[in-house]
Design a protein around this ligand. Structure first.
Ligand SMILES: [Zn+2]
Length: 383
């Protein structure tokens, strides 16, 4: 009986993904739905289907598990020419879970690079893109289902308080700046220690991996809805060594967006805009050795000119995601122009590399297969 069940299990584990892969390829890939905000499952399903349909140019990597055991996934996008070790643009979205437009813009970016590859191939000639479209899935699910304005992770802090602000959890002047960073019940809580959150550790490990392999060029973190391009430092009012370069790229992005939709985007060094505090991923990326690091605070203003901030109505998702793509494309074009392969990069590492690597997660199907093959072997030996 067990052997029959396991035999069926192994067959399903092997045949099901193959059949699905053929079906998705026949359909020419997944449709990106931008008529509504996608659920966590909807985002994962879209990524799975896209990776199946375009396996020569997109690899979907399991990069970690959240506190509530959801998958953290990263799309690794190339032009399929087989050249390894290209420089990388690393983009993440939804570190703050209530900023619902950011995963939509990240998914549209993946769509533009993978499905509309021909139109955007210049952005992939000498560069790969690594994109985490949902960096805080636990918070995103909680924001969608329970408390819309939820911004943080879902780790318990004791005393019926939950969650750490991922963009305060990085090891740069951690917990310094203002009192709420130390309040476990506040939405600015910086965590119980630097990198207490697995989601922040995952982003950190990706950054260090790219720096170690000398591929890191630009870190771009998507937020809403301040209509700004921010560059480091946040923790310090001093200028970064390549401030002019950051400022030029930010103004180029703002200009491209203004030409396209009329939306006004301002460019700032963050500390000069809103004071200094510690723990941000943007500062950490620069300290880890990325030459360029930005936060893009996308617009949350609808076409009716109403400021919807974090939750623009569904009818505006596509328009705002397209506007953000105009910006993201400008960031990339300018970064690539500034850092062609001929320009050597001294990855100036001002923070230590972590000793612990992110755990590797195996797919469920392959796990079922392995366990059952072992079980079949065991029963045949015992018989
Ligand atoms: Zn934010």
């Amino acid at each position: 009986m067990w052997r029959i069940l396991c035999g069926i299990g192994v067959l399903v584990a092997i045949v099901h993904p193959l059949a699905e892969s053929r079906a998705v390829r026949r359909r020419g890939g997944a449709e990106l739905q931008l008529d509504n905000y996608l659920s966590y499952d909807g985002i994962m399903q879209y990524l799975d289907q896209l990776a199946l349909a375009h396996s020569s140019r997109m690899t979907l990597k399991d990069v970690g598990r959240t506190y509530e055991n959801r998958a953290l996934k990263m799309a690794m996008i190339t032009n399929g020419d087989g050249r390894s070790g290209k420089r990388v643009i690393f983009l993440d979205a939804a570190l703050h879970s209530r900023e619902w437009m950011t995963p939509a813009a990240a998914l549209l970016t993946i769509h533009k690079l993978v499905v509309e590859f021909e139109e955007n191939s210049d952005l992939l000639a000498d560069y790969d893109w690594h994109i985490m479209p949902l960096a805080n899935p636990d918070g995103y699910v909680y924001s969608r289902n329970t408390e819309r304005y939820w911004r943080n992770t879902r780790t318990p802090n004791g005393g019926n308080c939950f969650g750490t602000n991922l963009n305060r959890n990085f090891a740069v002047n951690w917990k310094e700046g203002f009192p709420q960073l130390r309040d476990p019940c506040d939405e600015n809580y910086a965590g119980s220690s630097p990198f207490s959150e697995v989601e922040a550790r995952t982003v950190r490990d990706i950054m260090h991996g790219l720096v170690e392999s000398k591929r890191a060029v630009m870190y771009l973190s998507l937020h809403t809805a301040n209509r700004s391009v921010f560059y480091p430092w946040v923790y310090n009012t001093a200028p970064v060594p390549n401030q002019e370069e950051h400022d030029e790229i930010g103004k180029f992005v703002a200009d491209r967006i203004f030409q396209s939709t009329g939306t006004i985007i301002k460019t700032w060094q963050y500390a000069l805009y809103d004071g200094t505090f510690g723990g941000t991923s943007m500062d950490y990326a620069l300290l880890a050795g990325f030459p360029l690091s930005f936060v893009f605070e996308m617009s949350g203003t609808g076409r009716d000119n109403v400021e919807y901030k974090f939750f623009p109505p569904a009818r505006d998702i596509r328009h705002l995601a397209e506007e953000s793509w105009t910006g993201i494309k400008a960031f990339a074009a300018k970064a690539i122009e500034k850092y062609p392969p001929s320009r050597a990069i001294s990855h100036n590492q001002m923070v230590e590399l972590p000793k612990n690597a992110a755990p590797t997660i195996r797919g469920f199907n392959s796990m079922v297969g392995t366990v059952c093959i072992f079980f079949l072997y065991l029963t045949s030996v015992l018989n």
